[in-house]
Design a protein. Structure first.
Lengths: 237, 260
């Protein structure tokens, strides 16, 4: 799960999905998730999944890599299937369909929407300190990832990850993480000092970005509504 | 992996709503405590710790999703309240990557947040009380980590048990007969007969003795999880040992005036 790559696709790549506004994409995501979670129909789930695959394919983004990221729930779902498996193949397929469809919808949003805009959209419904914490986490994450890459490279060059026992490797990696944490703590001190100098009083201003394409917004909402209705209707007919 | 992240669509609505209500109440409580200037000062540390947890979770030590969570470390450094906020932030961000469901962020955050809180209290109790001193840091942290992750696994198993969802019956079984309020498969016969939309197949599976149950789930989760617990114990113990040598003030920051 290369968070940096996903962030790059969201910020630097352009597609018709990137032109939809962040609030509309969050609403769309809510509609699709509701449709998926409440669906009792495998057919509807497969249709939603297929439509999401088409959307991703049409954006020109790396299809296989995105599918790989969105397939992460497979391991967890298979474990949960063990709890209630009835001996048929349909039940696991149904569960997998729900988890994978929901994951693909979420990943579709995150690879076409910069994270700060997602946080800015969610800010009205989140407690203030939590919203600020999300922005600070995002800011710190890429600094830490870069530090981690340098640390791992230094560890490899010094033979800390090869030619030693597995336990030693884990200890070396843990020591590297510990050093990374100490650097992180110093980073957080500097971050607070900078925020204080810039007049931070408990609120980080955020922007939802430039204006979006209303046609794309309408298309997304229509897509979400159609499948939500299909999920509900399929329960009765 | 030392615990599961619930995906979307596998738990009943009532459980999801309960998870959100409890998480929402805890978030409001914790946020009120952060309204003071001194507490706001610690927000950058929270952001950095949450980012650190994300870095840990994206570093696979063993394939098939084995990664460290560093939740116990977060609890020790941040305390239970800020640790819970960090757990929620991490779960929300991970959910957008498909690592855990968005509808179940509340439940996932409760489990991870419980690890932070329990890790803090157990470590403070053990390290302050019984196993004091530098040479006991790794052992006490390791014991605390294993105990905490065992407890959170028990909580997760309880949630799965409480869901009591029979997924074979939850999937499509046909149209609702409004006269009898029973589900009847409209495709059970005729030219459009199809097993894909039939709900009766699960009965045949059970009769064939192929089903698995809750006990099997518990066995699998505990066996797979145990490897992760000890791995995480080793990693967390090493990190805390290093911190105790170089920056002990980071560990004891909350002990004097109570937790934050």
């Amino acid at each position: 799960m290369d968070i940096g790559t996903l962030d790059y696709w969201a910020n630097q790549r352009r597609s018709w999905l990137h032109r939809a506004s962040a609030p509309v994409k969050i609403i769309w995501l809510g509609l699709v998730l509701t449709a998926v979670v409440s669906s009792g129909s495998l057919t509807v789930l497969l249709l939603i999944y297929a439509s999401l695959l088409l959307m991703i394919a049409s954006t020109g983004l790396p299809f296989i890599q995105i599918l790989g990221v969105a397939s992460y729930p497979v391991v967890f779902v298979l474990l949960l299937v063990v709890a209630r498996w009835d001996g048929t193949w349909l039940s696991p397929l149904f569960l997998l369909g729900k988890a994978l469809t929901a994951a693909l919808a979420a990943v579709t949003v995150v690879v076409t929407t910069p994270y700060p805009r997602i946080f800015a959209t969610l800010r009205p419904v989140l407690p203030g300190p939590l919203a600020d914490a999300l922005f600070l986490t995002y800011r710190s994450l890429f600094l830490l990832l870069e530090l981690m890459v340098h640390l791992l490279r230094a560890l490899r060059l010094r033979g800390g990850l090869t030619g030693v026992s597995y336990r030693r490797r884990v200890v070396n990696l843990a020591t590297a993480l510990g050093l990374l944490f100490i650097r992180s703590f110093d980073l957080s001190q500097g971050l607070y000092a900078a925020m204080h100098l810039r007049g931070y009083h408990g609120y980080i201003p955020s922007s939802l970005g430039l204006s979006s394409n209303s046609y794309v917004n309408s298309l997304l909402v229509a897509h979400g509504v159609v499948f939500l209705v299909a999920s509900v209707v399929s329960s009765f007919f | 992996m030392s615990h599961l992240h619930f995906p979307d669509g596998v738990l009943p609505w009532w459980l999801i709503v309960v998870g959100w209500i409890v998480t929402g109440a805890l978030l409001l409580m914790v946020s009120r405590r952060l309204s003071g200037g001194e507490q706001r000062r610690r927000l950058p540390l929270l952001g950095v710790m949450a980012a650190f947890m994300l870095v840990g979770m994206s570093t696979e030590i063993v394939p098939i999703a084995y990664h460290v969570n560093l939740t116990v470390l977060a609890g020790i450094i941040l305390g239970p309240s800020l640790g819970f906020l960090a757990a929620f932030a991490v779960n929300l961000i991970l959910a957008f990557f498909g690592h855990g469901g968005l509808t179940v962020v509340g439940l996932n955050a409760l489990i991870i947040g419980a690890e932070c809180a329990l890790g803090f209290y157990l470590f403070r109790g053990l390290f302050q009380g019984l196993l004091r001193g530098r040479r006991w840091v790794v052992l006490s942290t390791g014991l605390v980590t294993v105990a905490t992750l065992l407890s959170s696994t028990a909580l997760l198993i309880a949630v799965v048990g409480a869901s009591r969802v029979d997924w074979a019956e939850a999937r499509e079984t046909g149209a609702l007969d409004t006269a009898t309020f029973a589900f009847v498969n409209p495709f059970r016969e005729g030219v459009v007969a199809s097993e894909l939309v039939a709900g009766q197949a699960h009965q045949e599976g059970r009769e064939a003795g192929l089903s698995l149950g809750f006990a099997d789930f518990v066995k699998v989760v505990v066996i797979l999880g145990a490897f992760g617990w000890f791995l995480e114990a080793l990693v967390t113990g090493t990190i805390v040992s290093l911190l105790w040598r170089l920056r002990p003030e980071l560990i004891v920051a909350h002990w004097a005036g109570g937790q934050s």
